[in-house]
Design a binder for this molecule. Structure first.
Ligand code: ZN
Ligand code: ZN
Length: 389
């Protein structure tokens, strides 16, 4: 029997509003949307931000004639969590079936989420109305504390502290547990406890990290968001294994998210910053949690043989320095062969020797580790970096 593996994909990680600023391209600009494929094949989608459009455009054709059944959990009704719905192409295909789950908003009343669908596509906000959406849609209301089973998986909802309400979801699969807690602010004893229950012992704990600890105490108090520091504290308290910083502020550049991640890693061992295109697998043999960054190097690549000196931080958190050869290079990044195993999403200083008019010159670049594969040489790993400036 093969090991049960769950696959968690990040289609949108930005909070509040999408960004198209080049300074935010590395972590990505689409608003919240995650996809979890459980070992039994059940597909869950968490939130319907603008990332949902991308998921729809990569929609896998149903195999064996069986129409896919998808369970879509919506945390709340703020724009950034629903804006992708009218642009999700599978909703327009007749043989698809979707089960939507959300809470009854006291501002909307019965069938809150159904009303959101209708309102988003009402005149004059959208060119076609709801009748263009041919997929079967079923709506279910959930309340904090409710739970249900789909296949071999258990979904539990809990209230989080956020203006007009927000649900956090915990999905327990045979390969591991994912707790999704976007849009929450610490400081309400009862709801802090609710968050702790949601995250308890989770393999992956995705938490709001929109603000800095300073902002959270001052100018952004009451806006309904959290910080990397609160996430790290909660991960420790709840026994969560890996923390994923999520819902990045639209004003946070990649450099700022890099620095947030660095600080969080000083407080808690296993932390990633959610990145558009990132995929985390759960339950794989050997390493129960594995992350993969998106293939961000799209520019023309050239094989190269540059001598280089590399320094950075290993997976175990130790600083290292080694000399190597750059094996391929593009304007965006390079592939390096290293004996050390650097940490994913960490920074490497790469000094390359490039021939110049006055002989060999040193070129200093900052590389951000996006992938690590087994290298062709024994005892080496192939490390993909994206140059950050
Ligand atoms: Zn949000
Ligand atoms: Zn919100």
């Amino acid at each position: 029997m093969t090991d049960p593996i769950a696959k968690l994909s990040f289609w949108g990680v930005r909070g509040s509003t999408p960004t198209v600023d080049p300074a935010t391209w590395r972590y990505g600009g689409n608003t919240p949307c995650l996809e979890l494929i459980a070992p039994d094949g059940t597909q869950f989608i968490l939130d319907c931000g603008t990332g949902l459009r991308m998921l729809g455009s990569r929609w896998a054709a149903p195999s064996g004639g069986k129409a896919p059944e998808t369970h879509i959990l919506v945390t709340h009704y703020h724009w950034d969590h629903i804006q992708g719905i009218p642009f999700f192409s599978p909703l327009y295909a007749e043989n698809n079936e979707f089960h939507f789950y959300s809470f009854r908003s006291r501002f909307l009343g019965r069938n809150s989420l159904k009303q959101v669908f209708e309102a988003q596509m009402a005149l004059p906000y959208f060119p076609v109305d709801m009748s263009a959406m041919n997929a079967k849609r079923k709506f279910k209301e959930m309340d904090g504390g409710d739970s249900f089973k789909v296949g071999q998986n258990k979904v539990t909802a809990r209230w989080l502290n956020h203006p007009q309400g927000c649900l956090g979801f915990r999905i327990e699969t045979p390969a591991g547990t994912v707790a999704y807690a976007t849009d929450n602010e610490p400081g309400d004893a009862q709801l802090d406890e609710s968050l702790r229950e949601l995250a308890a012992g989770a393999d992956i704990f995705i938490n709001d990290a929109q603000f800095t600890p300073e902002q959270l105490k001052t100018t952004r108090k009451g806006w309904g968001h959290s910080s990397w520091l609160e996430g790290a504290k909660m991960a420790r308290q709840s026994g969560a294994k890996t923390l994923v910083l999520f819902h990045h502020d639209p004003d946070s550049t990649d450099r700022m998210v890099d620095s947030i991640l660095r600080q969080a890693r000083e407080e808690f061992d296993s932390v990633f910053a959610a990145s558009e295109g990132m995929v985390i697998t759960l339950g794989a043999p050997g390493d129960s949690v594995q992350a993969h960054m998106p293939g961000t190097r799209t520019a023309l690549r050239r094989e190269a043989q540059f001598h280089a000196k590399v320094s950075g931080v290993t997976e175990g958190g130790k600083e290292f320095e080694e000399e190597t050869m750059v094996r391929d290079i593009s304007l965006q990044g390079a592939l390096l062969s290293l004996k050390h195993l650097p940490r994913l999403q960490s920074e490497l200083q790469v000094t390359m020797e490039a021939p110049g008019t006055d002989g060999v010159q040193a070129m200093n670049l900052r590389g951000y580790v996006v992938r690590i594969d087994a290298g062709p040489e024994k005892g080496h790993v192939a490390v993909g970096v994206v140059f950050t400036d």
